[in-house]
Ligand binder design. Structure first.
Ligand SMILES: C[S@@+](CC[C@H](N)C(=O)[O-])C[C@H]1O[C@@H](n2cnc3c(N)ncnc32)[C@H](O)[C@@H]1O
Length: 286
């Protein structure tokens, strides 16, 4: 296994809560994913701040593409009565899990402000979003340039007149290396595997797995057959799709080059210091 001095990668720490003892038999892969990978409050705080910076107003209607369990949409709708959300994902079982575990337990009528669609992200929403997001590099599922452009065009078209489209990018020196990284989470170990990267085609296959203290494991609980897209390619495609400006925010690191969750506006990426793993937000404005 590759030894990495990984800093900011998809295996960087997110939120943590105390968990009971888990095993491969008792654990729920969606729950483990949310604990290990997602931090909706932090993400939404950044996204809302960036929206206000460029649009000088608050966003209310939110769209989460590739929403999976819709944790972000649920967290958005919980903010208040004016906050509404639409989530799009092709996987009915994952959406059902999200309805049961993230929407149903919501207080008051907050769940009624979230609409989940089992549809392709290129489909039109009920109404144009103020803030539309594609998190955790999910757009890498589009392997042809024409497909990704079609998605970005659809995002541009179905966005409020002064809307913002936000997506994240994973880069840095180790992003395209074949490697496996592990990280301790409460009650389990998260495993991020960059299993395959072919520089000639960009083919990029990654897996997420989980290991438990009793020695059991859920190997390759999630598999992502992706194409690796470079940050500059994404910027070009977003402009081509009609976005007026694309603003880059690079995650900052601590002294050990671990990502600290703080994203700074940095058009040239000078603050990234070209380190091992770098997460960048692209904030595309209409
Ligand atoms: C990496 S998960 C993202 C989960 C969540 N959004 C997050 O930020 O962690 C990718 C999701 O994209 C969905 N997906 C893949 N291709 C899609 C498409 N063309 N349209 C809608 N959803 C798609 C998959 O079903 C899967 O749930």
């Amino acid at each position: 296994m590759h030894e990495t001095r990984a800093s900011r990668t998809p295996s960087s720490p997110r939120s943590s809560t105390r968990r009971p003892r888990l095993t491969a038999r008792t654990a729920d892969r969606h729950e483990l994913y949310q604990i290990a990978v997602q931090d909706p409050e932090t993400d939404l705080a950044f996204l809302e701040k960036a929206f206000r910076r460029w649009r000088k107003r608050a966003p209310y209607h939110f769209r989460e593409d590739f929403c999976g369990t819709a944790l972000l949409s649920a967290t958005w709708a919980a903010k208040g009565e004016l906050h509404t959300a639409e989530g799009f994902d092709l996987d009915g079982a994952t959406l059902a899990w999200g309805r049961a575990h993230n929407l149903r337990p919501m207080l008051g009528d907050a769940a009624s402000r979230v609409q989940l669609h089992q549809r392709d992200v290129r489909a039109k929403g009920r109404r144009p979003a103020d803030l539309r997001v594609a998190q955790n590099f999910s757009y890498m599922v589009f392997k042809e340039r024409a497909e990704l452009l079609e998605y970005f065009r659809a995002a541009h078209r179905d966005l409020a007149r002064d809307g913002v489209f936000a997506l994240d990018h994973y880069g840095g020196l180790e992003a395209t290396e074949e490697l496996t990284e592990t990280r301790r989470c409460p009650g389990f170990t998260y495993v991020w595997e960059q299993a395959k990267y072919l520089p000639g085609t960009g083919e990029y296959v990654c897996h997420i797995g989980f290991k438990f203290r009793d020695g059991s494991a859920i190997k390759r609980a999630f598999t992502y057959p992706w194409r690796y897209w470079h940050l500059t390619e994404l910027q070009d495609l977003l402009h081509e799709a009609g976005f007026d400006d694309v603003h880059l925010y690079f995650e900052q690191g601590d002294e050990d080059d671990q990502g600290n969750g703080e994203f700074l506006l940095d058009p040239e990426g000078r603050t990234s210091r070209n380190c091992a793993g770098i997460v960048t937000y692209l904030i595309a404005v209409k």
